[in-house]
Design a protein around this ligand. Structure first.
Ligand code: FAD
Length: 807
């Protein structure tokens, strides 16, 4: 290093969020003693204007060339402070962050002294890294002005229409034969009770007619490659056995079809033909042959020909389309919990137990019973009905979450039954009734005024009277504390909303996370509720968690605006944290090596014999796997260089290393979980010192050895669960590289239990907390050990790296 760095350290109180636990003044004072720190201050709100102004002024006054802010997670305010230092003329990558809120004050609230010590360590680590920072320039990539919307429910429809109105090309991929989603199945909508398809239908038609929207129905996303602005998406179109452009939707084929099968759109209460459209307002109005049901009588072909058309093609095959996409909106909605799983309620066993969606189809004038509600045992009109809420919701045995909209649709169904049958006795059996949004409480009052009886309690069992087929509900009435039985003609179950089938696979294709419930997980629950953690991919509607129609619509529009913001600019800046090759060191110039080429999951590194490897920066996603696997240390990852990582390890272990755990956590999943543990205020022992890497694939064996050499009590290497890696195969590479250390370490006098490889998602904060607790127990059990090395002072890697100018 030619000039000594001049570093400024700024410790944020975050009001009392940090300062209530951490002695910020002490942290700032300690930071001032670190070599190269020329100024160190603490302040109430570093991210507020005066805090930022203080940093800007100090950069000028103290001629700072590096800045460290100790505050919240880098996943929160790293961009804010990068902009701040940039506005003072400093390169934004000469900035580093110490996360003393999520990783410290919020999770060690009852260990104030330890939390302060840990904060000091985290600041030391950040300063150590900062010394080796180099100025970097953002990489500008062109952005394709086309969006992919996955899922054609009400959320996806709104996202697609808004994006198309902004002038972008939109591909709307819907996996069923028609768009519309669940809303198309509903009869009326709360709280206004307007007809669902009457308000949705015109929007569906707008989709079909919009010149900027290409609707790919009966299609699914098969492969997603690339990055923000430049995704390559492969979509598979399933064969309808009907040529879409030739079908005019006349329906004569269906009339001629002799086969009838249960209609899934009517929740299997009615029938459809083997050649069908799911419902009369379907978009596109194109028929589909259900080959599982078709008997190949070919009547449909004849009927079509009689209309002067030739739209049926039994030889149609699956087709693939490759799309160039700038941004992606995930709007794949939800599924209903399978109520038959709650055996005690007899759904699927007793004829007169229905789900709420079945009731919607029955009350619908174009439904299977033409708007009549009937008992399936005797096809009579019921004189009484009991509606049970929270079926599969708020229940440890099934799903713990509240599905949000069930209370409201329960009220709606009660009112619809009242409207259809003024004399019917209607009971709502509920746990709690939640009616928080505009007009919802009024809707509840209306239900009470219309004579609906509300009983608080979760039924324990439903029995059927074998003779009358009436249903007997046993429950404890929580208002009186007394057990009670209720006899009713029909029971309507209001099931939970659960993640839609295929969400797991879709998340994997998109390399986005799902939360503990399995719904798609937003980048930040408050400030980035629409964004995924992967740039350029957004969520809306019930895909991200149960949501009613108004909320789904607003999210659809929000996702469109987030996506449009990227595409409108025509180019996007991506972080320059890519790999780079030191041509002189590259072994490929002497022997054919090419390991980096085989390890790169994106094909971003090219090697030619006797020539140094070349990184295509636009293709490089910055996982750092190549850097960890390069046998001659010729590749490094910018901003996550070996020197920077080793310097952090050393700084963390300067004092009391025997009490510390060094955790190499991937930015997306495991660091996300550690952040979430903080946000959730989960408490755990303060022994963990995290070195954040973008991907576990970046973790070099040298890092683990260096941590043990410096006396760390434990080391954890962790990343996303297998199959969920944000860099496709980074965690597999990490596992392959690090696992052999478990057998190597004992040879150096270190118990294998001291090294943990752990894979968990960003939602698994509890898992992370338990891991730390468990590791602390293990560390206490093993006691002290010292790594045996031939020469105690040998530091081949660090010495070599410190000799370089870093970066
Ligand atoms: P969905 O409606 O589930 O649509 C998702 C779409 O994505 C579907 O078309 C699906 O086929 C498609 N899809 C899924 N996966 C993929 C994939 N991998 N690739 C391509 N396409 C895919 N809300 C109200 O506000 N008022 C009401 O009155 C009301 N009544 C309700 C009654 C009942 C019985 C129920 C169960 C819900 C009710 N709701 C009501 C809630 C309403 O259904 C949701 O708010 C709404 O459907 C959410 O829309 P969405 O687009 O997010 O999801």
């Amino acid at each position: 290093m030619t000039d000594e760095p001049r570093i400024g350290v700024y410790v944020c109180h975050c009001g009392l969020n940090i300062a209530a636990t951490v002695d910020c003044e002490k942290v700032a004072k300690e930071a001032a003693r670190i070599p190269n720190v020329v100024v160190s201050k603490d302040y109430r709100y570093m991210c507020a204007d005066p805090g930022q102004e203080m940093i800007r002024q100090d950069i000028k006054d103290f001629k700072l060339d590096r800045v460290v802010v100790a505050s919240c997670s880098p996943r929160m305010h790293e961009p804010t402070f990068r902009k701040c230092v940039e506005s003072a003329g400093l390169n934004p990558y000469l900035y580093e962050m110490a996360n003393i809120r999520e990783l410290c004050s919020w999770c060690h609230a009852h260990y104030k002294a330890e939390a302060t010590d840990k904060s000091i360590d985290l600041v030391k680590m950040a300063v150590a890294k900062a010394k080796y920072l180099s100025p970097l320039n953002v990489i500008k990539v062109p952005v394709t002005r086309a969006a992919l919307v996955i899922g054609g429910g009400v959320a996806g429809i709104h996202a697609a229409l808004d994006l198309a109105d902004m002038g972008f090309k939109v591909y709307l991929v819907e996996r069923t034969p028609s768009i519309g989603g669940k809303m198309a199945q509903l009869d009326k909508t709360f709280p206004t009770l307007d007809c669902s398809i009457c308000i949705l239908g015109p929007k569906m038609v707008d989709v079909a007619r919009h010149p900027n929207i290409e609707l790919l129905s009966y299609a699914e996303v098969k492969k997603v490659e690339g990055y923000i602005g430049n995704f390559k998406v492969t979509v598979t179109k399933k064969p309808r056995y009907v040529i879409e452009k030739d079908c005019n939707g006349c329906g004569e084929c269906s009339n001629a079809c002799p086969v009838e099968v249960p209609n899934e759109f009517d929740e299997n209460l009615g029938f459809r033909k083997a050649i069908y459209v799911p419902f009369p307002q379907a978009v596109p109005m194109k028929f589909t042959i259900d080959m599982d049901a078709c008997i190949e009588c070919y009547n449909c072909i004849e009927a079509c020909k009689e209309q002067g058309r030739d739209a049926i093609n039994f030889d149609q095959k699956e087709e693939e389309r490759e799309l160039d996409i700038g941004t992606i909106v995930v709007a794949c909605g939800y599924d209903l919990f399978d109520a038959s799983q709650v055996k005690a309620y007899g759904f699927g066993i007793y004829d007169n137990v229905f789900t709420a969606l079945e009731l919607e189809r029955m009350t619908n004038a174009s439904g299977p019973t033409q708007g009549q509600v009937i008992r399936f045992s005797d096809r009579q009109t019921p004189r009484s009905a009991a509606i049970i809420t929270c079926v599969g919701s708020r229940d440890e045995k099934t799903n713990i979450w509240c599905s949000g909209f069930c209370c409201m649709y329960t009220l709606k169904n009660a009112l619809l039954l009242r409207e259809h049958y003024p004399d019917m006795k209607i009971h709502v059996l509920f746990m709690d009734l939640r009616a928080p949004f505009k007009g919802y409480e009024e809707f509840y009052r209306r239900a009470r005024e219309e004579g609906i009886t509300f009983l608080r309690g979760r039924p324990t069992e439903i029995y059927e009277d074998p003779k009358t087929k009436n249903l007997l509900i046993s429950m404890e009435n929580l208002s009186t504390g007394e057990p009670m039985d209720l006899e009713t003609d029909i029971v309507v179950l209001s099931p939970a909303a659960v993640p839609t089938a295929g969400s797991e696979e879709l998340a994997r294709l998109l390399t986005v996370s799902r939360d503990a419930s399995g719904f798609f997980m937003e980048a930040h629950p408050k400030l980035k509720p629409i964004d995924s953690a992967t740039d350029g991919i957004f969520f809306c509607g019930a895909a991200q968690g149960p949501k009613d129609i108004p909320y789904s619509v607003s999210q659809g529009s929000a996702a469109a605006s987030r996506a449009g913001r990227i595409m409108a600019r025509g180019e996007w800046e991506i972080e320059p944290i890519v790999a780079f090759v030191d041509a002189e060191k590259c072994r490929n110039t002497k022997v054919k090596c090419g390991i980096c080429t085989t390890k790169c999951p994106y094909g971003a590194i090219a090697t030619e014999e006797k020539k140094a490897a070349i990184v295509n920066t636009a293709k490089c996603h910055g996982c750092g796997t190549c850097a960890a696997d390069c046998p001659s240390n010729a590749i490094t990852q910018r901003n996550f260089s070996d020197a920077q990582i080793l310097a952090q390890i050393d700084a963390a272990l300067e004092e009391k290393p025997e009490e510390k755990i060094i955790g190499f956590l991937c930015n997306w999943c495991s660091y996300g979980a550690a952040d979430l543990a903080g946000t959730s205020r989960f408490e755990y022992p303060p022994n963990m010192r995290i070195v954040r890497v973008m991907c576990s694939g970046r973790v070099d064996r040298d890092f683990v050895f260096e941590a043990f050499r410096k006396g760390a009590a434990m080391v954890m290497v962790s990343g996303c669960r297998f199959g969920d890696c944000h860099y496709i195969s980074g965690n597999y590479n990490a596992e392959k590289r690090i696992t052999p250390l478990l057998t190597m370490l004992p040879r150096f006098g270190i118990s294998a239990e001291r090294l943990r490889l752990e894979w968990f998602s960003a939602a698994e904060a509890g898992f992370y907390v338990n891991l730390v607790k468990d590791m602390v127990e293990t560390m206490k059990k093993i006691g002290s050990e010292k790594i045996k090395v031939e020469n105690e002072n040998a530091r081949p890697f660090l010495e070599r790296l410190l000799a370089q100018s870093g970066g």
